[in-house]
Design a protein around this ligand. Sequence first.
Ligand code: B12
Ligand code: SF4
Length: 490
Amino acid sequence: MRVILASPEAKVWSARKHIPLGLGYLAAVIREGGHEVMIFDASVEDVDVEYYLDLAVAEGRPYAMIGITATTPLMPDAWQMAKLAKARGLITVLGGPHLTIMPLESMQAPHDAYVDYVFKGEAEYSFLELIDTLEAGREPGIIPGIHFKRNGEIIASPESPMIPDLDALPFPAHDLFKIDRYTNLQPLTDGLDRNARSFTILTSRGCPYKCTFCSKPVTGDTWRARSVESVIQEWKWLVHGLGATEIGVTDDIWNLKLPRAKELCRRLVEEGLNHVPWVTVHGMKVNHTDLELFQLMKAAGCKRVGFGVENGDENMLRNVIRKGQTLDQVREAFANAKAANLQTMGFFIFGMPGDNEETMEKTIKLALELDPKLANFMLAAPFPGTVMYDMIQDGGEVFADNWGDFAIHEQKPRFSMNENYDAEMVIKKWREAYRRFYLYRPERVLEKMMFKENWTNIPGTLAQVKRFFIGTPDQQPPSERPAQREKAAA
Ligand code: B12
Ligand code: SF4
């Protein structure tokens, strides 16, 4: 069968693009199964998906099926894509993190008019089974994780157990990505390298921690690691076969087992793969590190490590976020990474339930004390299915009336809590964090000014400055936004 796998535009806050690796895995498996597949990633294409659908028709080889991936904020675009494909007669299939949490939503009106099948969970094997079944002209039966309608009734199968042996999967179809359009994963250089060939790699899936804001519906709570040798083989292919100039490790927690993490670094050195810079995209867990690990990472070509710090208040960290790490462990990890000459990056969250002026001030002070090369201050987003989402339901309200509001670049309050939670204060402190970290320190201002991308895209830079340092009307809580006020008044 001819299948097009598509991702809506990632819509993150910067020009950096990441391959949709999940589609790469699906493509590899269905290609091995004898089907023809193209990957369309709206983040890097100059044309819409309709262009390829119509082109295929004009060439007399139309696609029979579209498979669309989506995280929560990309759902409106995913539905729109499905609608366009359905209008052209394709079988439409949706999968990914949001569909794993809320599969039924897309099976109901109005979406059931253009969504044929939804998959929950890791779908490499089950998606292939559906394609084989339909190609053979059979009715789909109990395929793990599948949801579809038969005679108006929703048929739903339980999700398959997570794939236990990740080494049994083929490497993602990295060769199907238009890789020269994926610029730097993170600013490793002083500007956006237009010629970068940035790949990502997944050395394990899952994470046993249960941070209350984290939504990991697909990869789950059980950590499943690939063998070091399998990872090395894929890494070799990326470097020698596909000319990678930058690699991002995107595991939930690649360093859970210290000996394995160290072994991987040693093998990268042994194989002479350490000349290609790499970063940890999703962040490392501070309490599974030591100085030797960072030194080995440095020797293996790692340039930058990111850490989920989240909050500067010990009580928030332990009892609200349930991060499973202490502030001392945070400090130690940063000190060790810096001692190993790695650039550091910190992720901080503002506005978790229970956050107040004092705890957020502690977070800002901690960021200034740790002084990472890059700090990302994010506003808490209550993704459905998380403990945080449930905490808010108890007496509060999630504002988002559109999943698109959950996108990171939106940076707006997304919920109210009780009288002790002040959404305006959250925005005030969050913006203050950016100002105090980046604007009020001359060396940081200078660093930003040296960053080429800020000059080559002036409108983008000005928009960012407004959003992060000054504010835009849509960043107010809904009750404060002019349009909403007018609606309420009417
Ligand atoms: C790398 C990454 C990114 C990258 C690249 C994303 C991209 N282009 O794909 C960047 C940094 C850009 C990014 C951005 C965001 N991300 Co992100 N990201 C990840 C990360 C760390 C790895 C993704 C990955 O490769 N997974 C591995 C593959 C194998 O899994 P998969 O993609 O889910 O695919 C499998 C199944 O879902 C299914 N499947 C997927 N698509 C389809 C399609 C069909 C048709 C079928 C049948 C099946 C199917 O089969 C696949 C194979 O098993 C995950 C964490 C994680 N462990 O998944 C978070 C994660 C996906 N991100 C998350 C979030 C919240 C975001 C942001 C929304 C943040 C924000 N607030 O803006 C943005 C949104 C942008 C976007 N693209 O959606 C959440 C999603 C939660 C949710 N409810 O949707 C995750 C789970 C992290 C977390 N624990 O909270 N992200
Ligand atoms: S450690 Fe990271 S991946 Fe694991 S639950 Fe916490 S935020 Fe999610």
